[in-house]
Design a protein around this ligand. Structure first.
Ligand code: GAR
Length: 193
């Protein structure tokens, strides 16, 4: 049996980290066992730290505030990832803009809460909700030097229901995220060549 290693980067509540650990970690797909070998956060107060711990994974904290520049933080992040040699790094709610120090060195995918290329950036949920769009959605894409601009791997949309408030919009997005991100990881790592 083959095995493939993933690293997960997160910054906040870690609901997507949890979905990956529940649906992918330690499981076998098409003869390929996928293991999460490390979880890294830039936020020492991230609730996701407890979620990782519940699966026996100690989250590594690399606090971006300890670094003088974006690049220096990225050097530390790339070095830490290198210690685990993941086949794929997964940005699951990782709220940092990454410099070429990271994007040139790491094979990574990112989860974004909109139908890209619409609503790039850190406020996609609110901006898409406040728009005239009658659909919202989620994208998974390769990480490239352009923020939220890499090649799209998977997308799913949903329809705006009448009277839908921001909470319901956000809930729908998270529901889709918890399916589409684990499934994308499985598809990418267990493809037969
Ligand atoms: C998710 O909605 C994810 O799409 C978003 O952060 C949230 C993290 O939630 N990411 C971005 O906006 C990236 N630009 P979680 O911590 O519960 O997984």
């Amino acid at each position: 049996m083959f095995s493939k290693k993933i690293a997960i980067l997160f910054s906040g509540s870690g609901s997507n980290l949890k979905a990956i650990l529940e649906k992918v970690h330690g499981r076998e797909f098409n003869g390929v066992k996928i293991e999460c070998v490390c979880a890294i956060t830039n936020n020492p107060n991230a609730l996701g730290i407890q979620k990782a711990r519940a699966f026996g994974i100690e989250a590594v904290v690399i606090n971006h505030k300890d670094f003088a520049s974006r690049e220096e933080f990225d050097v530390a992040l790339v070095k830490k990832l290198g210690e685990f040699s993941p086949d794929l790094t997964v940005l699951a709610g990782f709220m940092r803009i990454l410099s070429p120090v990271f994007t040139n060195a790491v094979k990574a995918i990112n989860l974004h809460p909109s139908i890209l290329p619409l609503f790039k950036g850190a406020h996609a949920i609110k901006e898409s909700f406040n728009s005239d769009m009658q659909v919202g959605g989620v994208s998974v894409h390769w990480v490239s030097a352009e923020l939220d601009g890499g090649k799209i791997i998977a997308q799913r949309a949903f329809e705006r229901e009448q009277g839908m408030n921001l909470e319901a919009w956000e809930e729908k997005i998270h529901e889709i995220e918890h399916e589409i991100l684990p499934q994308s990881i499985i598809n990418l790592l267990s493809k037969k060549f």
